[in-house]
Design a protein. Structure first.
Length: 119
């Protein structure tokens, strides 16, 4: 798994969270990862173009999901771009996510067209 740097158009990355996971992060001021993140040893993120596939593959049918937008430029060297699904590079954070770098968090139901994220 080779790491690569993000290009300028990928400065915002996204995390899909279950409601309890995000509520715990808001109370703590940091997101320490989901059970899947803990299993894999890093926090999984997606680019805008990858969010629909991630949603379909791992969260299909789950209610009340939260989409979190993060400024990847503020994550430093703990953020690695690694080959994953289909050989695509995905952002992986090796550490905790401080809520200071979160741009916004919204219920996923409020994002009417996920394809708009990629524009």
């Amino acid at each position: 798994m080779g790491a690569r740097l993000a290009t300028n158009h990928q400065t915002t990355i996204y995390k899909i969270c279950r409601p309890g996971e995000w509520e715990a992060a808001e109370r703590a001021g940091v997101f320490r990862g989901s059970p899947d993140d803990h299993r894999d040893g890093f926090i999984h993120f997606s680019t805008a173009a990858q969010v629909p596939g991630t949603l379909d593959r791992y969260f299909r049918g789950e209610p009340r999901l939260v989409l979190v937008a993060v400024d990847s430029n503020k994550l430093g060297p703990a953020l690695k771009w690694e080959s994953s699904r289909g050989g695509a590079l995905f952002p992986h954070l090796y550490g905790v996510l401080s809520l200071d770098v979160v741009l916004w968090a919204r219920p996923l139901a409020s994002i009417t067209d996920l394809k708009q994220l990629a524009q």
